[in-house]
Design a protein around this ligand. Structure first.
Ligand code: ADP
Ligand code: MG
Length: 702
């Protein structure tokens, strides 16, 4: 790599030296000049306004700036140490500047009776204003320095403060680095793009992000740097997708044969929705290429992803391959197995189930039948990933509710073949489109955006604890109508014991209010053996019990159409997307369904937003957008692992428009010059390759 002055180690910057460099490296990961320049302010203070002392009032909460002179210095002894006080005047009145530390240095350096610009927060005590630890410089210095009206404020922490690296020190270093590197920032974008988007050139952008000459230039600098950051991420994701399509060979499923056709024409249990037909076609076309499919199938809860998955598997079978479906929990695997077996039996497709509770003897048989090809479709949990599980020829892997599986586990699945199987990831957690673009920019996405006909929208209501009797009464009415009810309690790892206690207390109270034999209750929780869990679940599925009390184990996927009421206890303890997932367990039959959110009386502002959102909308995408805004991208399921989100300046929530623009432009660029060979793209290519080497983008296929 070509070395430039920008790669100079930070200790060589004038005024830094080895000791401060060590702190910069440790606390801020600033190793070189370039890192320093890329260390951006997180806010700016308006320094166009100068206050007079007699204008100050105790209501001013922000930092203020004044011009005046120090007329006296005194040291005041206190219980703990002493403080240095300077009496400061601007002719309108007097105030005090106060230091609790660093007296010696300040005494030696402060000059009396010459004009200073001071800046800081003010305190008000006994009719006298004071400013502790002001930032200050002489008016003369102030005029000389690269001052701008908008003063940058850099991220800081305790350690930096202790080591005396203040905002002011960072600003000084920044000034120095601009002096030493003077206009060495090479433009990376081609001229036509810069002109088209009116982008501020790189040089000016860097300068204005640190020393904004005006609010307008700051805006343009921010826009340009955000655009650049997002553009390179998109460029990498998109090119990775293209490369995979060119290089990662996959099985071409050319045939639509008997399995598929016979099922489609004779055994389809209901007409497919248009959305289901559309995504099925997308999947079929994708798998017909000689490249591995890597597709995300998104659809809200109840949208009907399973049948799409099943029919995709039939395509694999028609081409002489096996298929598998992996679910995050045993309950869900069992349910998929039951549902799919019913369909598969009709067309003589052999389906088996492999979970942790399958006995050794049966397990060995499954292993054998998988290897000799007797089994067409294998359904199961993580157990599918064990080394002993070897397919004769796996053509399609479907992963349901993807967020429960780690990235590593996913890639394990194609170690077993000569060529990787096609992969379809089904998720009911709608991810905001912009986030999907960044996280799955290298995946293809199909969306089922339509629910099967005849569903009535779920009514969601929020009740405070003191209205419990009313809720119980409502449950009894619904049960009298022949419906079934879920009651869900939170489960958080750290306080499992407490949750268990809540659940059991809830169970006991409920058993009193809903006495046997008139009411029958199932209970499922994490501390039960899976056999017992399944038995309880089974009783509920068959309609033998009226109420299912559970922790969030039922969150994902379980399907009981006759269950029409979902009560969520301590709803304030659930995140929005989890609440939405839980709600999705009802509303699967023809009856009106209800979701009741029970909370304590005191709600935080955040909780209120969540409850209101749930009561207002059933749209998973809308919910996920609100969730993203509340929690920020870092907390959305599964996204923590993604380096994509270590953004330096852009914000996936606030900068969605810039993200879309960056993606569009990256697509246009790759269409025009996929290998970045044109001379005007060389600067861009250089950066692209450095980033690619750093490999800080989530590597999906690893
Ligand atoms: P999810 O997308 O949440 O996995 P499922 O695949 O479990 O949804 O489907 C939910 C319910 O809707 C199931 O009972 C399924 O049989 C039914 N279903 C799916 N597609 C249709 C359709 N086109 N018409 C009617 N019912 C359907
Ligand atoms: Mg499902």
């Amino acid at each position: 790599m070509q070395q430039t002055i920008l790669d100079t180690p930070i200790e060589y910057l004038k005024g830094v030296g080895p000791q401060r460099a060590a702190v910069l490296k440790k606390e801020l990961q600033i190793f070189t000049y370039k890192d320093l320049i890329n260390f951006y302010p997180y806010k700016y203070l308006d320094r166009t306004k100068y206050y007079k002392i007699n204008e100050l009032n105790s209501g001013i909460n922000a930092e203020v700036q004044l011009v005046g002179k120090i007329i006296r210095l005194k040291t005041v002894e206190q219980k703990r140490g002493s403080r240095l006080v300077a009496v400061f005047t601007d002719g309108t009145a007097e105030m005090e500047l106060i230091w609790f530390q660093g007296h010696k240095w300040i005494k030696e350096n402060l000059q009396l009776n010459i004009p200073y610009v001071i800046f800081g927060k003010i305190n008000h005590f006994n009719g006298l204003f004071s400013m502790p630890h002001p930032e200050m410089e002489t008016v003369e210095e102030h005029k000389k320095s690269l001052q701008s009206a908008l003063q940058p404020v850099y991220p800081s922490n305790e350690k930096l403060n202790q080591k005396n690296i203040s905002n002011r020190s960072i600003t000084k270093m920044m000034q120095q680095v601009f002096i030493e590197t003077h206009h060495l920032f090479k433009e990376v974008f081609p001229e036509n793009l810069i002109n088209e988007l009116r982008l501020l050139p790189k040089n000016e952008s860097f300068f204005n992000i640190h020393f904004p000459k005006s609010a307008e230039l700051l805006n343009r600098a921010q826009f340009r740097l955000k655009f650049e950051e997002l553009f390179f991420i998109q460029l990498q994701l998109l090119s990775k997708n293209l490369v995979r399509k060119h290089k990662i060979k996959g099985f071409a499923f050319n045939v639509v044969g008997d399995y598929f056709n016979s099922f489609y024409h004779d055994y389809l249990p209901f007409p497919l929705t248009n959305a289901q037909k559309r995504v099925l076609k997308e999947i079929r076309i994708d798998m017909a290429h000689e490249a591995q499919m890597n597709r995300l199938l998104q659809g809200d809860v109840g949208a009907g992803k399973t049948i799409v998955g099943f029919m995709s598997m039939l395509l694999a079978l028609d081409n002489g391959f096996q298929a598998c479906l992996m679910a995050p929990t045993e309950i869900l695997a069992n349910q998929h197995f039951a549902g799919i077996k019913e369909l598969a039996d009709k067309i003589n497709v052999k389906v088996s189930l492999l979970t942790g509770s399958v006995k050794t003897k049966e397990r060995n048989q499954i292993h054998e039948e998988l290897e000799n090809g007797t089994i067409h479709i294998l359904i199961g949990t993580h157990a599918l990933l064990e080394d002993k599980v070897q397919f004769k020829n796996l053509g399609l892997s479907i992963i349901d509710e993807q967020h429960r599986f780690g990235v590593e586990q996913r890639s394990k699945m194609w170690k077993k073949n000569s060529l990787p199987p096609h992969v379809l990831v089904m998720t009911a957690t709608p991810i905001p489109r912009t986030l999907a673009m960044s996280l799955y920019g290298d995946l293809d996405v199909s969306v089922i955006d339509e629910l099967p006909p005849g569903r009535k929208p779920i009514k969601t209501l929020h009740f405070f604890e003191n209205k419990r009797l009313q809720v119980w009464h409502f449950i009894k009415e619904e049960i009298a109508k022949g419906r079934q009810v879920y009651i869900v309690y939170p489960l958080i790892q750290e306080s499992e014991k407490l949750d268990y206690k809540n659940l059991m207390e809830g169970y006991e109270a409920l058993s009193r209010d809903f006495p046997f034999p008139k009411y029958r209750i199932s209970i499922v929780h994490g501390q039960m053996h899976s056999k017992d869990k399944d038995a309880e679940m089974d009783r509920f599925v068959k309609g033998e019990t009226h109420i299912m009390i559970a922790t969030t184990v039922i969150e994902v996927g379980v399907n009981v159409p006759n269950a029409s009421v979902m009560i969520i206890e301590s709803a304030e303890r659930f995140g929005l997307s989890q609440l939405h997932q839980l709600r999705g367990r009802v509303g699967r039959g023809a009856e009106q369904s209800f979701c009741v959110l029970m909370t304590g009386n005191k709600l935080s502002a955040d909780t209120k937003v969540r409850m209101d959102a749930m009561c207002r909308t059933n749209d998973g995408f809308e919910i996920s957008e609100i969730d993203l805004k509340l929690r920020g991208p870092g907390d959305i399921m599964g996204t923590q692992q993604s380096g994509v989100l270590n953004l330096q300046i852009a914000d996936l929530v606030k900068d969605q428009d810039i993200l879309k623009l960056a993606r569009t432009k990256a697509i246009e660029l790759l269409k025009e010059d996929i290998n970045l060979e044109k001379p005007e793209h060389q600067a861009l290519k250089f950066v692209f390759e450095i980033l690619a080497k750093k490999n800080n983008i989530w590597n999906y296929i690893s």
